[in-house]
Design a protein around this ligand. Structure first.
Ligand SMILES: Cc1cc2nc3c(=O)[nH]c(=O)nc-3n(C[C@H](O)[C@H](O)[C@H](O)COP(=O)(O)O)c2cc1C
Length: 229
């Protein structure tokens, strides 16, 4: 009888130990499964990232292109159009700031010896720009705005075009003026930047600069550029 009892006790201990062992095992298994699932999730995420990185061939060309609106404005008209455009496109905005600001007297076109008249009469004048654009290479589309001075871009725009490499980029010019229109400036830009594609320019009259949203939207649409906002 004693022997039988000992046998049952040994059997009970063995069963208990086996149960404990299998409990530990199942804990490890579930932890492993969680880890595996975690690993699978992260590998799925990785796949998604890679898939998302893949440019979709169905996406219209240019819609994901990074754009910047660059402008020079001495009296605020071109700035107003530039801000409207940057708002519509969700584009970065950069102002060309002259190292030496233009005073009212500098801008006096009735004075033959004013700074602006002298600069515009000198094809080699290159007024210095204060500061620069960081990582210019990242931009594929460059909107560039300026006032018309004496039927041309202000000379500081020539400084700007001398400074950066536009090869392979799309340049979209826009200007404001009293009444002269674009005055052939997109053609001048195309000559300066022969490695870039220059699209049709937009002219806004000085008096409409503050309410140019419709004209800007139409211009974008005509050139197949999707307004993003
Ligand atoms: C020096 C100078 C020359 C200008 N020359 C012309 C011109 O040839 N044709 C024209 O229509 N407007 C001309 N304007 C007017 C400007 O193009 C117009 O006021 C423009 O909207 C100014 O832009 P901003 O305020 O961004 O500087 C001239 C203005 C200045 C200061």
């Amino acid at each position: 009888m004693k022997k039988l009892l000992s046998f049952f006790m040994i059997f009970a201990i063995a069963v208990t130990l086996a149960a404990c062992g299998s409990g530990k095992d199942s804990g490890e298994q579930s932890a492993t499964r969680e880890n595996t699932e975690g690993a699978k999730q992260s590998s799925d995420t990785q796949e998604q990232v890679e898939e998302n990185d893949e440019p979709s061939s169905e996406e219209p060309a240019g819609t994901e292109a990074k754009a910047i609106v660059v402008y020079f404005s001495a009296t605020g008209n071109t700035r107003a159009v530039a801000e409207t455009l940057a708002g519509l496109q969700g584009a970065d905005l950069y102002e060309i700031v002259p190292e030496q600001p233009y005073t009212d007297e500098d801008l006096n076109y009735n004075n033959r010896s004013s700074r602006s008249t002298v600069e515009q009469n000198d094809p080699d004048a290159r007024p210095a720009i204060s500061g620069s654009i960081m990582d210019f290479e990242q931009y594929e589309v460059i909107y560039i705005g300026y006032p018309i001075w004496w039927g041309d871009m202000p000379r500081i725009l020539y400084t700007f075009f001398d400074t950066y490499d536009f090869d392979g980029k799309i340049i979209a010019p826009f200007c404001t003026s009293g009444g002269s229109g674009l005055s052939g400036t997109p053609g001048t830009i195309a000559e300066l930047e022969s490695g870039a594609t220059v699209i049709d320019g937009l002219h806004i009259s000085s008096s409409s600069a503050g309410s140019a949203e419709n004209s800007v939207s139409e211009w974008l649409e005509t050139n197949g550029i999707e307004a993003k906002k």
